[in-house]
Design a protein around this ligand. Structure first.
Ligand code: 4AD
Ligand code: MG
Length: 430
């Protein structure tokens, strides 16, 4: 018998096939049992009719508990009413392993119950859809950069120094020396851009964020392009193109998942270029007009970002923040040295920042002096300063947070569901 995946059922209408999976749900009218089977690629209804199977197979129904693993044989039928469009008329069922007392039932469970059971929670329908969407976003990011002829360069995870400030570093021991889990691959991408022109890395980043929010993870994934000779404007165009591509791709390929997540598709369909571009100064005015109080020079907090992002129906590129609230590597605006040549992209509908980046300081003296001013351990960054000694060029880049982007696209409340195994404040199980 031919073993097929549920997502391929449409290619086997009328054929007798085998599905290998788990029992998701069941109900019965007495003479007909309805089993919802999931196999990782989809969900399918299998119909067991008393007159069409042996008594043994028909009576197996009582043994079939939620999440028991089963092999089901039967004939694929097209049925418009069936979820997915196809169902299986069962000939035979084999119970492979009987699950006893699966903890996640159809009733509503609280997050405190679900999080420690993340290893099982992933089997739920919504989580299934989220992980498939995540995969699509990851592949879209890869394809975008590959189509644009970027070279993927993998950044190290163990690093001798900080990229995004020392307050959120995870420290570890490296043969008696301190080492840190990478907060960002950026500094290494700057080196790689001088070797390869257009590069990106895509991997995990670590931040010991000491606050509990719906946007912060301790471990998240970031794609970070870096482009030699690119200015702030160039990199803003790149971010806009990337985000537009991701959304378009997801709309094209992941309608089923978006539907399961009850995402309002029209909101995503509106995400077409050009996006909005405003300065930090304009953004502060908008926030104040919306009723929040904030001074020029402060960074946006979670509330300010939410309010700002609620005013727009497309992503907003906020550029030229006060240099004081941004890291040491940002190039200053030649027209106003209090400003950094940087950009944050905020997702609309209140979701907030998904991208951060900008143009890098490429002058040796300026960068060196700033690092001294900020009391940075210069000896750890000699290699980074070297890039300004040997053929320095203007260059720019950004980081896009995978889970932030997915949270927005999927329309979910909390970022913890956007990653298979979230690392949260003081929580690392499972
Ligand atoms: O704005 P961030 O801190 O910028 C950087 O790390 C730069 N070095 C990137 C670069 O220019 N190459 O982080 C970039 C993005 C944020 O916009 C956000 O999407 C995500 O990474 N991010 C987080 N996502 C989840 N949890 C956290 N704690 C995050 N911190 C940043
Ligand atoms: Mg940022």
């Amino acid at each position: 018998m031919k073993w097929i995946y549920i997502e391929d059922a449409g290619k086997h209408v009328g054929e007798e096939v085998e599905i290998r999976g788990w029992l998701f749900n069941k109900r019965s009218s007495g003479k007909i049992h309805f089993l919802i089977v999931r196999d990782g690629t989809g969900f399918m209804q299998a119909v067991v009719v008393k007159s069409e199977v042996s008594d043994e197979v028909f009576d197996l129904y009582d043994e079939l508990t939620q999440e028991s693993s089963i092999i089901v044989q039967g004939v694929v039928r097209a049925d418009k009413r069936a979820p997915g469009g196809y169902e299986l008329t069962v000939r035979n069922i084999q119970l492979v392993h009987r699950a006893i007392d699966y903890p996640i039932t159809k009733k509503e469970h609280g997050i405190g119950f679900l999080l420690p059971r993340r290893h099982l929670w992933l089997r739920s329908r919504k989580q299934w859809a989220l992980m498939r969407l995540r995969n699509e976003v990851e592949m879209a990011i890869e394809d975008f950069f590959q189509n644009e002829k970027f070279v993927r360069v993998d950044a190290p995870i163990l690093t001798p120094s900080a990229c995004e400030g020392t307050t959120t570093l995870f420290k570890t021991d490296y043969f008696g020396e301190p080492a840190y889990l990478s907060q960002s691959g950026q500094l290494y991408m700057e080196a790689a851009a001088m070797a390869l022109g257009k590069v990106y890395c895509f991997g995990p980043a670590f931040r010991a964020e000491k606050s509990k929010t719906r946007r912060h993870l301790m471990e998240f994934w970031q794609a970070e392009p870096e482009v030699a000779w690119a200015t702030l404007d160039d990199i803003m165009d790149l971010a806009e193109n990337l985000i537009a591509y991701i959304v378009e791709r997801v709309l094209e390929t992941r309608q089923e998942e978006l539907k399961l997540l009850e995402r309002d598709i029209s909101k995503l369909e509106a995400v077409k270029k050009p996006f909005y571009r405003i300065t930090y100064t304009e953004a502060v005015e908008i926030v104040n007009k919306a009723g929040l109080k904030m001074e020029w020079g402060e960074d946006f907090g979670g509330d300010e970002e939410t309010v700002l992002a609620q005013q727009f129906d497309k992503p907003i590129l906020v550029h030229r923040y006060p240099a004081k609230v941004k890291p040491f590597y940002m190039k200053r605006d030649p027209e106003n040295p209090d400003l950094a040549l940087c950009v944050d992209v905020l997702a609309p509908e209140g979701y907030g920042e998904i991208v951060g980046g900008g143009q890098r300081e490429d002058d040796y003296e300026t960068l060196y002096n700033r690092m001294v001013e900020e009391n940075m351990p210069i000896e750890d960054y000699e290699w980074y300063l070297d890039l300004r000694k040997y053929g320095s060029v203007p260059h720019s880049g950004f980081g896009i947070g995978l889970e932030r982007t997915l949270r927005w696209i999927a329309g979910i409340h909390h970022i913890r569901e956007a990653i298979p195994f979230p690392r949260l404040l003081e929580k690392i199980y499972p």
